[in-house]
Design a protein. Sequence first.
Length: 255
Amino acid sequence: MREGTLVHAATGVHLVHGSNTNWVILSEGDAVTLIDCGYPGDRQQVLDSLAAAGHSPEAVTGVLLTHAHNDHIGSAEYLSRTFGAPVYVHPAEVPHARREFLHQVSLGQVLRNSWRPGVLPWAVHALRSGGTKNARVSQPLPFPAEGALDLPGHPVPVHTPGHTTGHCAYHLPGAGIVVSGDGLVTGHPTSRIRGPQLLPVMFDGDRERTRDSLEVFEKLSGDMLLPGHGPLHQGSVSEAARTARERATPARQRS
């Protein structure tokens, strides 16, 4: 899928393919919720995608993060400081977003896996796109209440830990859509698999918890998956999670 492609998923819902990472635009009238925002180097693509959906950055009333890896939070601080958009994460992910610590694939893990197809080109791209920059969010906020958020699209946060401790998916029950972040994807430059899957083992903070969180995805009603990496998936979200479970590499094979 070409970078910058805006995919219409449903009324008021667009999936955007950035440079190796996706984000989602939820529109309601003149207001927008942005779920994730790519690498730091994807900023212009984020702004262009909002314009393509008919919105200015001032329309963003909230940024929701699935988790605080650099390829998902790249423009969050910029949108917050420049346009006043609050940035929300799961409470367990707040200190990670503030960079009190960083749970992200290490250089050593990348080097140990450099023989795998796609790893070196991915690593070069990640470096060029700001994958090692300080992209911390200075004032990330925990979700203000349980259940659907009072933001455009009314997404429902769903805690799916493992990839990071506070990783969170977002359910749009009325539209039958699950925004899955990195807890359940459909492709990645370092994977030769196509379709529902977990990311390669080196990217998960806790592989067993990531696998266990697939049970959470299995319980979500929906017939469309908008992943953090890979193309939109049409079909039962529950079945997609089961397929990913069957394909998942056991934790004992961690690099």
